[in-house]
Design a protein around this ligand. Structure first.
Ligand SMILES: Nc1nc2c(c(=O)[nH]1)N[C@H]1C(S)=C(S)[C@@H](COP(=O)(O)OP(=O)(O)OC[C@H]3O[C@@H](n4cnc5c(=O)[nH]c(N)nc54)[C@H](O)[C@@H]3O)O[C@H]1N2
Ligand SMILES: Nc1nc2c(c(=O)[nH]1)N[C@H]1C(S)=C(S)[C@@H](COP(=O)(O)OP(=O)(O)OC[C@H]3O[C@@H](n4cnc5c(=O)[nH]c(N)nc54)[C@H](O)[C@@H]3O)O[C@H]1N2
Ligand SMILES: [Mo]
Length: 756
């Protein structure tokens, strides 16, 4: 059965499943006597509901268009919007839990103050008291330091709705502050694609159906982009072959025709070996490399001198014959494509691996081709006004001298010259940067759309860093570990309670997010919170904050739209999106279809002078990965039932996935005296995790896997053993290098107390 068929168009899928579960319990194995009584289902009457448009604002490829059914002011259930051919009427299992998320008894309901950070002594306070305390602190910092550089913002991807860039706007409206810049997600690959192609711009994923050969290289769409799977299946039905390259035998690999269990961090060698074989077998697209590219001759010379298929096989662990055969099949299939995953570039040599894969695809003649391409991501549909983000500093604000650099991957506005700028710290080294910040020290941290204690690196160091902060404010929906390390928490709305608009970095659809219900409890949206803060600041010191003191969420959403967006999506106004999501009108489903690249030369650059200028090899040369300092490599990739620290904390989801595991190969477990289900200790230089072991042939013998996730009742946190080691690339476009999340090494042993 195919996943998408199974899930698509199932209204109330989760509710239905829970009901089935209950019926199952009643009837379990006892035959007809206890056959559950089934009430006649009332026919579905759509007119009984008010229907709203929503959009899943999580940091996910799929950015689903949602239809929300409301009765008596209460969200009853959600379904995927049928108008989007990408969402196609179905949501993932996480999406179907949204009605529980909004009404979860665990939600943060009011502003709260913790008497003694970490004490657990929380008490409810009013919004006025919260803003009074916060504005006092900000003014005190400004008085003490003569600037607001002691005030920091860390924000990432908790909610990518466009209006939420008002949080950055709020900071600017106070003055020049400290910003954590960069992204833990995809920066090395972004820079790599910028060196090669001049931008990150992928084909429409819906055109994968046209591909005759698909390599999914370090991505796991069966879990992380489940709506993309239907295109892989459709392509295969039309005769395409699918190869998955991953150190883990993933659910995606299980669906493929061929799986290569590559040694982590050696994909560069593999791609270069494949490139070398294209050369040897005379399979290079000479028209492309001669007319649309520069540096090909140098690259070919590098391959001849430094690369053999045997070396690639030796380095990556994939047999030479398999490399040759797949390369020939890939070259023969027209078109053929590689989906370059974000997981693959989270290595010390991640950017260089992406460049090697780009080069292989370019040599095969698949760049600029429908159904082809080196697909990574795009920001073609993000051309909003960012008016919420672009706020002026109050007159007389003092900051760092000189102009600021890029402020992250979505910094469309930034970079303009100014006398003063914000201070920028590396988001991938949050703990170290807080510890090192001087003149002034970081005194206060505002956390929004971000869960540092779950998602940032080296948790023990982070604990030390937070101890240095004088005040921590978290804007949150749930009592996360980060909230436990905060002084004040402010309750924020969910998608149903606010207006915004959401685009994807993968597909080409745009979705409106309407406010479907009144905000629960005392929750406010991120921009309303900014307005409240502005009111408090200006009451105390007029002119100290330029953020408007009243905002209307809907008006602010409308103000983000412009003619460029309307034209791109073929709509006359945002209101057209009330009828359903719209898709960008693409000249072609292929990126780079006109072969006009955005590189300095205007060509595909096998040899990039810019890359060399930034301290790397000009050619996509092989770079060795991080050296192990413990017996097992640890990988902590993304999980099916959660999105980072979100969703698994819901009781509905706990029912599916109550407990985390460390997955270890049976042979390795045997050597370590570990049996399936044992409590074990996974440890390294920086910390440890205690967790139950699951024996699995899906991981290599020298590798263990723990999926990142937050369980509200458990102490489980993978960041105890994931350090903040840098990836190679990322600084150019996102302001900081990426992070080598999968270059971690641990030992594993039965936990004291042995079997549990
Ligand atoms: N070990 C390990 N670490 C990783 C990764 C990994 O693979 N392994 N992956 C990395 C990647 S790819 C990413 S993208 C990052 C993700 O890092 P984050 O962006 O920090 O991750 P999330 O858990 O999605 O979201 C953070 C918080 O935002 C809150 N939130 C949701 N909606 C709103 C809202 O409207 N307003 C506010 N103020 N808050 C809201 C959520 O409740 C959640 O606690 O993690 C990185 N860290
Ligand atoms: N269900 C779910 N969906 C999500 C997310 C989630 O947390 N859960 N997160 C969202 C976000 S923020 C992102 S960034 C995307 C992430 O999407 P992906 O990049 O697909 O996410 P990961 O599972 O972290 O990594 C993909 C694969 O990369 C592999 N990998 C790691 N190192 C290497 C290597 O050296 N070589 C090769 N070939 N493969 C390697 C891992 O084993 C993993 O199977 O998904 C988004 N969608
Ligand atoms: Mo991510």
């Amino acid at each position: 059965m195919k996943t998408h068929e199974h899930l698509s168009g199932r209204r109330g899928f989760l509710k239905g499943l829970l009901a089935a579960g209950a019926a199952g319990m009643l009837g379990s194995g006892t035959g007809s006597l206890l056959r559950p009584h089934r009430a006649e289902a009332a026919p579905f009457d759509p007119s009984a509901y008010e229907v709203f448009r929503n959009a899943c604002p999580r940091n996910c490829y799929d950015t689903c268009s949602i239809k929300t059914y409301v009765k008596d002011g209460v969200v009853q259930f959600v379904e995927g919007a049928p108008e989007s051919t990408f969402t196609k009427g179905g949501l993932c299992v996480k999406g179907y839990t949204y009605p529980r998320r909004v009404y979860s008894p665990d939600r943060i309901k009011y502003p709260m103050l913790q008497d003694g950070r970490g004490s657990g002594n929380w008490r409810r306070i009013s919004w006025d008291e919260a803003m009074d305390r916060i504005s006092d602190k900000i003014l005190e910092i400004k008085k003490r330091d003569g600037s607001l550089l002691g005030l920091g913002l860390t924000k990432y991807s908790g909610n990518f709705g466009i209006t939420n860039y008002g949080v950055e706007g709020m900071m600017s409206s106070l003055g020049y502050t400290t910003r954590f810049v960069g992204t833990p997600c995809w920066p090395a690959g972004i820079d790599a694609q910028n060196y090669d192609l001049g931008d990150m711009w992928c084909n429409d994923p819906e055109d994968m159906v046209k591909a005759r050969y698909i390599i999914v290289w370090g991505a796991n769409p069966a879990w992380c982009s489940m709506h993309s799977m239907k295109y892989l299946y459709a392509a295969r039905e039309r005769g395409a072959k699918i190869l998955v390259i991953d150190p883990i035998f993933t659910q995606t690999a299980a669906k493929a025709d061929e799986f290569w269990q590559v040694r982590p961090g050696t994909d560069g060698a593999l791609a270069l070996g494949m490139a070398r074989h294209l050369l040897d077998a005379g399979l290079v697209d000479m028209d492309f490399v001669r007319n649309a590219a520069i540096g090909y001759e140098d690259f070919a010379a590098y391959l001849k001198k430094n690369v053999t298929v045997e070396w690639a096989a030796e380095t990556s662990g994939i047999p030479a014959d398999a490399i040759r055969a797949a390369t020939e099949d890939f070259a023969a299939a027209k078109p053929a494509t590689v989906w370059i995953g974000y997981g693959m570039q989270r290595h010390t040599n991640g950017g260089s691996m992406v460049r090697a894969i780009d080069a292989f695809v370019a040599m095969s003649g698949n760049i600029g081709v429908e159904g082809g391409g080196a697909r990574y991501g795009h920001l073609q549909t993000w051309g909003f006004n960012y008016h919420a983000m672009i706020q002026k500093q109050p007159a007389g604000s003092v900051g760092m001298r000189g102009a600021s650099g890029p402020k992250g991957e979505f910094d469309f506005a930034g970079g303009e010259a100014a006398t003063y700028s914000d201070r920028t710290l590396n988001i991938n080294k949050t703990a170290q940067e807080i510890l090192d910040a001087k003149d002034p020290e970081l005194r206060m941290l505002w956390i929004s759309c971000k869960n540092p204690f779950a998602q940032d690196f080296d948790r023990n160091k982070l604990e030390k860093a937070f101890a240095k902060l004088e005040m921590v404010v978290s804007v949150e929906q749930f009592f996360t570990e980060t909230v436990r390390h905060s002084d004040i928490v402010l309750p924020v709305t969910t998608l149903f309670e606010e207006w915004t608009i959401s685009a994807s970095y993968w597909h080409y659809w745009l979705s409106l997010n309407e406010q479907a219900i009144k905000p629960m409890h005392e929750a406010k949206s991120n921009i309303e919170i900014a307005a409240l803060l502005s009111r408090a600041m200006n009451a105390k010191e007029p002119g100290s904050c330029t953020f408007p003191q009243e905002v209307d969420g809907k008006e602010w959403m409308i103000k983000e739209c412009n003619k460029g967006i309307y034209d791109l999506f073929g709509i006359s106004s945002w209101e057209d999106l009330r009828k359903g999501p719209a898709k960008a009108r693409l000249a072609s489903s292929a990126s780079w279809h006109d072969r006009k690249f955005k590189t300095p030369s205007g060509k595909y650059e096998f040899s990039s002078a810019l890359c060399a200028k930034n301290g790397f090899a000009a050619l996509p040369e092989y770079v060795e990965g991080r050296r192990p300092d413990a017996p097992f490599r640890l990988m902590t990739p993304h999980i099916q039932f959660g999105l980072h620290s979100q969703f698994i904390n819901l009781d509905w989801m706990e029912a599916y996935y109550p407990e985390p595991f460390v997955y270890i190969h049976p042979a390795a477990a045997r050597k370590k005296g570990i049996a399936d289900g044992d409590m074990v200790r996974v440890s390294n230089r920086i910390g440890e995790v205690r967790v139950r072991a699951r024996l699995s042939g899906n991981v290599a013998e020298d590798c263990v896997v723990m999926y990142e996730a937050w369980f509200r009742k458990l102490n489980f946190n993978v960041q105890n053993v994931v350090d903040d080691c840098e990836a190679d690339m990322g600084a150019m476009k996102t302001g900081a290098p990426g992070v080598a999340i999968h270059d971690q090494f641990v030992d594993i042993a039965p936990a004291d107390g042995g079997r549990a």
